[in-house]
Design a protein around this ligand. Structure first.
Ligand code: C2E
Ligand code: MG
Ligand code: MG
Ligand code: MG
Length: 284
C-alpha cells in the first residue's frame, strides 16, 4: 500500500514538471537526464514546414523543426527543449542528429519525387553548436554520407549568435558557402537587429520574424517593406515566416518578397503529410 502510494506520488511529481511554473531543480535534472537518452530511445523526431515561393506559389523546400515526445509527459515545447539542450551541451549531439536526419530525408524525397524541382532543407543551428563544434567538418561529412549536394542545405542562424563572435563567424560562414550551403539569418527584425550586420555578414537569406507579420499595422508594414528593400539592395533573398492570412500574403507579394512560410500554407508536418503535399503539388 505504501509502495503504491509512493509510486503514485512519484508519478504525480513527474508530471508536474511540465506544468508551467512548476519546474523545480530536481525535476529539471530529471528532464535533463531523460533528454540525454532521448536520441537512442527514438523519442526525437522532425517536423517539416513548407517554404513557398511567393512568385510561383509552389513549395521550394522545408524547414526541419525538432520535436521531443517524452514517454510520460508527452510533447515538450520546443523552446523548452532547446533551452535544456543548450544549457547541458546536449544540443551538440541533438544538432548533429537533426542535420543527418533532415539531409537523409530530403534525399529520400528527391528520389521519391524525381519530377519535382530540386528541394532544399533548412536546419536551425544554435550558438553552442556553432561555437563548440567544427561545424564545417561536420557538415562536409553529413553531405558526403547522405550524398546531398551542398546547395540543397540551408542553415538558419540567429543574429545574436553571429554577434557573439563576429570575425570567427565570418570565416566559418564563408567556408560553408564554399560548400554551396546557404546561410540564413533567422528571426530578423527582433532584438538588436543591426543593418550593418546584415550588410557585412556573408549571409544569403534574411528571414523576417513572425512577430512583425502577426501585427501588420502601418508601422510594421513600413518596417517589413524597408527590410525587404534593403535585403534586395544587398542581393539577399527574403523569407517571411508566420504568414497566417491571405491578406498578409497579398501585402508581402506586393512588396516583392520572394518566399514565405506559415500556417496559411501549412504548419510543420510529419513525413507522411509532407509526402501528401508533394504528391498533390499545391500552389497558393
Ligand atoms: P524558428 O526557427 O524561428 O522556427 C519558426 C517557429 O515558428 C516554429 O516553432 C514554427 O512552428 C512556428 N511557426 C511557423 N509558422 C507559423 C505561423 O504561421 N504562426 C505562428 N504563430 N507560428 C508559426 P517551433 O517549431 O516551436 O520552434 C521554435 C524555435 O525552436 C525555432 O524558431 C528554433 O529557434 C528552435 N528550434 C526548433 N527546432 C530546432 C532545431 O532542430 N535546432 C535548433 N538549434 N533550434 C530549433
Ligand atoms: Mg528557423
Ligand atoms: Mg525564425
Ligand atoms: Mg523564431
Amino acid at each position: 500500500r505504501t509502495a503504491t502510494n509512493r509510486a503514485k506520488q512519484l508519478g504525480r511529481g513527474r508530471l508536474e514538471i511540465f506544468r508551467p511554473g512548476m519546474e523545480d531543480s530536481g525535476n529539471r535534472l530529471r528532464l535533463e537526464t531523460d533528454l540525454s537518452r532521448a536520441i537512442e530511445r527514438g523519442e526525437l523526431s522532425l517536423r517539416y514546414q513548407p517554404i513557398v515561393s511567393l512568385t510561383s506559389g509552389q513549395i521550394v523546400g522545408f524547414e526541419a523543426l525538432v520535436r521531443w515526445q517524452h514517454p510520460e509527459a508527452g510533447w515538450i515545447p520546443s523552446d523548452q527543449l532547446i533551452a535544456i539542450a543548450e544549457e547541458t551541451g546536449l544540443i551538440i549531439p541533438i544538432g548533429l542528429w537533426v542535420l543527418q536526419t533532415a539531409c537523409q530525408q530530403l534525399c529520400r524525397w528527391q528520389k521519391q519525387f524525381p519530377d519535382l524541382q530540386p528541394l532544399t532543407v533548412s536546419v536551425n543551428v544554435s550558438s553552442k553548436q556553432f561555437i563548440q563544434t567544427d561545424l564545417v567538418a561536420q557538415i562536409t561529412q553529413v553531405l558526403q554520407e547522405t550524398d546531398l549536394p551542398g546547395n540543397h542545405l540551408k542553415l538558419e542562424l540567429t543574429e545574436s549568435l553571429l554577434m557573439e563572435s563576429e570575425s570567427a563567424a565570418i570565416a566559418m560562414l564563408s567556408q560553408l558557402q564554399e560548400l554551396g550551403v546557404q546561410i540564413l539569418m533567422d528571426d530578423f527584425g527582433t532584438g538588436y537587429s543591426n543593418l550593418a550586420r546584415m550588410r557585412n555578414l556573408p549571409t544569403d537569406v534574411v528571414k523576417v520574424d513572425k512577430s512583425l507579420i502577426q501585427s501588420l499595422d502601418a508601422q510594421n508594414l513600413a518596417f517589413v517593406r524597408g527590410i525587404v528593400a534593403l535585403a534586395h539592395s544587398l542581393s539577399k533573398t527574403v523569407v517571411v515566416e508566420g504568414i497566417e492570412t491571405q491578406e498578409q500574403l497579398a501585402q508581402l507579394r506586393e512588396m516583392d518578397c520572394a518566399y514565405g512560410q506559415g500556417y496559411l500554407f501549412s504548419p510543420p508536418v510529419d513525413i507522411a503529410q509532407v509526402e501528401n503535399l508533394l504528391s498533390q503539388s499545391p500552389h497558393w
